[in-house]
Design a protein. Structure first.
Length: 330
């Protein structure tokens, strides 16, 4: 390798670039380093070799392939960048080992708590600020998430559209994904959401947008994700859990935090958007609290329920009835 990585961030970029070109065993090593740098920072060479399903000597050769002196140099890069975050996460995991129960509810809460801690610990603050800037200032924002990530994309597009104009979810109408791509161009931002197994269309759309000069942001699960390697900015969201499908709780939290940051950055512009939204919601009676009460039968057990509204004194019906009685008199 021409450039020897001096930090874990530099190593991650090199691994993402070289991943498709590596042999099978080397790919497994790279994915361990990308997906679990915290664990690698504390594992022996024998333990990492077991996780990656390779011989210990393969780890040494892998390190030298990237210009490093050996396995300790790989560990050193992981520790340099992630030791403090790893300690925080490991303290949480250690505490959970003593509080875990066999009950589903407790297990779900524990896993989601860990997912949130790990997710926000892994966010690079400079990348976060850049993403907020892009989402706040872009001409248009397009959001894509398919299959199990569809709900995350829907939430992101809904919340972002509340705080800024020209936001849309693409791929929401079956069969029209390619048609949606026509409106994406330079000056726009594309947000893609994808977790293993990664939907092929999501990867293709991201590649298409990058080649068209569109700024891209990926919400994905691991640094070895094909979305992470292709996007301008990637955030890694933990999805572990005990439920049938992988947990999306951390995705929801990141989406809400990102949208709030965009709203704060846009300031008075977002305030105007929200005021317009509220006015329209009230005008159309979208919510039950503001919707007009529709006529209908009155429950018999309510006070005055047996009373005919037209019989109330002064009502139009009572006046018509009184007039009719007068005409009926001889």
């Amino acid at each position: 390798m021409a450039d020897v990585p001096q930090t874990y961030a530099e190593l991650r970029v090199l691994l993402q670039q070289q991943l498709p070109k590596l042999a099978a065993g080397q790919q497994r090593i790279a994915k361990v380093l990308l997906d679990d740098p915290e664990g690698t920072a504390f594992r022996t060479i024998a333990e990492t070799a077991r996780v990656a399903e390779v011989h210990e000597s393969s780890l040494v050769r892998f390190a030298t392939l990237f210009g490093l002196s050996g396995y300790p140099a790989l560990v050193g890069l992981c520790r340099q960048q992630l030791a403090s975050d790893a300690q925080l996460v490991r303290r949480l995991e250690h505490a959970q080992q003593h509080t875990a129960t066999g009950e589903l509810f407790s297990a779900v809460v524990e896993h989601d708590s860990r997912n949130l801690t790990r997710t926000f610990a892994r966010i690079d603050h400079a990348a976060w600020e850049r993403a907020v800037e892009l989402l706040a200032d872009a001409a248009s924002v397009h959001v894509l998430g398919l299959r199990k990530c569809f709900s995350v994309a829907h939430l992101a597009s809904y919340l972002l559209h509340m705080v800024r104009p020209r936001v849309r979810q693409i791929g929401a109408v079956p069969g029209l994904l390619v048609d949606d791509l026509r409106d994406i161009g330079p000056g726009d931002v594309l947000v893609v959401v994808g977790i293993r197994r990664y939907t092929a269309d999501t990867v293709r759309v991201l590649d298409h947008a990058r080649r068209g000069g569109v700024q891209t942001i990926a919400l994905t699960d691991d640094p070895s994700s094909p979305l992470a390697a292709a996007a301008d900015i990637a955030f890694y969201v933990e999805t572990g859990g005990v439920t049938i499908l992988r947990s999306l709780s951390a995705f929801t939290s990141v989406t809400q935090a990102l949208t709030t940051a965009v709203a704060v950055r846009r300031g008075t512009s977002t305030r105007a958007e929200l005021l317009t939204d509220e006015s329209l919601l009230d005008a159309f009676g979208v919510y039950a609290e503001s919707a007009p009460v529709l006529p209908g039968p009155v429950p018999a057990d309510l006070p005055g329920a047996r009373e005919n509204p037209s019989d109330r004194p002064g009502s139009r019906g009572s006046r018509r009835a009184a007039s009719g009685r007068k005409r009926a008199q001889p």
